[in-house]
Design a protein around this ligand. Structure first.
Ligand code: PEP
Ligand code: MN
Length: 282
């Protein structure tokens, strides 16, 4: 195995800081002992859509609700997201249903406003090396989920996290979401070694996204099982109440009525690896 320079990511390097980090947000903890399930639609489409999904997700005991208002899209004519209006809707629904909220920021100008309304901010794959954005989320205190880039190395992912940490925000959670491969039947290639390797290098919590690598909802559960088995501290999963009508990523979003089975199956893998899923008590 090639060597990697721990000095470049000393704030999260296990060599320098051997204790695994726990990141707390309201009643949820990201860390080695509990598995967090973050669920919600790819995009905020309307208040009605978001409220219906929030209600269902909450009923299944999920604590953290994801939904994007700013959508980096491949095609300029595709739905681009609801922007600030979407952030207001997510904030309102989060409060109403007592859910921790999570969303993507794509530009430095969004960070202050979003950090005041939403609990957890995410840097998406396309912005993993947007260094000005990394520095900006380094100035806030909200947890930041940092996805790996579309063709980044593990070392580059860790260096990107260090940009946030070194600006003063200690609350970074890594998320693996696959990289560009050559197999056309996979939307992205998910590297099953990414989490085991990261776990030998960093003390940061690491979650995984089983939705975006697949591009196909039939494949989300098998991949999620593998991600939990390989040590993921949580999952970021796209769910929708009417996936085939969704304005974005319609093929990969689970239907909310598939969640009980999904959660039961993930519980089994969690138990087999001596961990449990952190759900709200009924
Ligand atoms: C997302 O999670 O909404 C998303 C756009 O994913 P990625 O940045 O991994 O493509
Ligand atoms: Mn999506």
């Amino acid at each position: 195995m090639n060597t990697i320079n721990h000095e470049n990511f000393k704030l999260s390097s296990l060599k320098h800081n051997p204790t695994k980090k726990e990141i707390k947000i309201k009643n949820a903890v990201f860390g080695p002992n509990e598995i967090q399930l973050i669920m919600g639609p790819c995009a905020i489409e309307s208040e009605k859509q978001l409220e219906e999904i929030a209600n269902e997700v909450k009923n299944f005991g999920i604590k953290i609700f994801r939904a994007c208002a700013y959508k980096p899209r491949t095609h300029p004519y595709s739905f681009q997201g609801m922007g600030e209006k979407g952030i207001q809707i997510l904030s309102k629904i989060g409060e109403k249903y007592d859910l921790i909220t999570e969303t993507e920021v794509t530009d430095t100008r969004q960070v202050k406003m979003v950090s005041e309304k939403i609990d957890i901010l995410r840097i998406g794959a396309r912005n993993m090396q947007n260094f000005e954005l990394l520095k900006e989320v380094g100035k806030i205190n909200n947890p930041v989920i940092l996805k790996n880039g579309l063709s980044s190395t593990i070392e580059e992912h860790l260096n990107a996290a260090e940009h946030i940490l070194s600006k003063g925000n200690p609350n970074v959670i890594l998320c693996t979401r696959g990289i560009r491969g050559f197999e056309p039947l996979e939307r992205f290639t998910y590297d099953a070694l990414s989490i085991p390797i990261l776990k030998t290098l960093t003390n940061l919590p690491i979650i995984a996204d089983p939705s975006h690598p697949t591009g196909n909802k039939e494949l989300v559960l098998p991949l999620a099982r593998a991600q939990i088995a390989s040590g993921a501290d949580g999952l970021l999963v796209e769910v929708h109440n009417n996936p085939y009508q969704a304005l974005t990523d319609s093929k990969q979003q689970l239907n909310t009525n598939e969640l009980p089975n999904f959660i039961e199956e993930i519980k089994k893998v969690a138990q087999a690896t001596n961990r449990k899923i952190d759900l709200t008590k009924k």
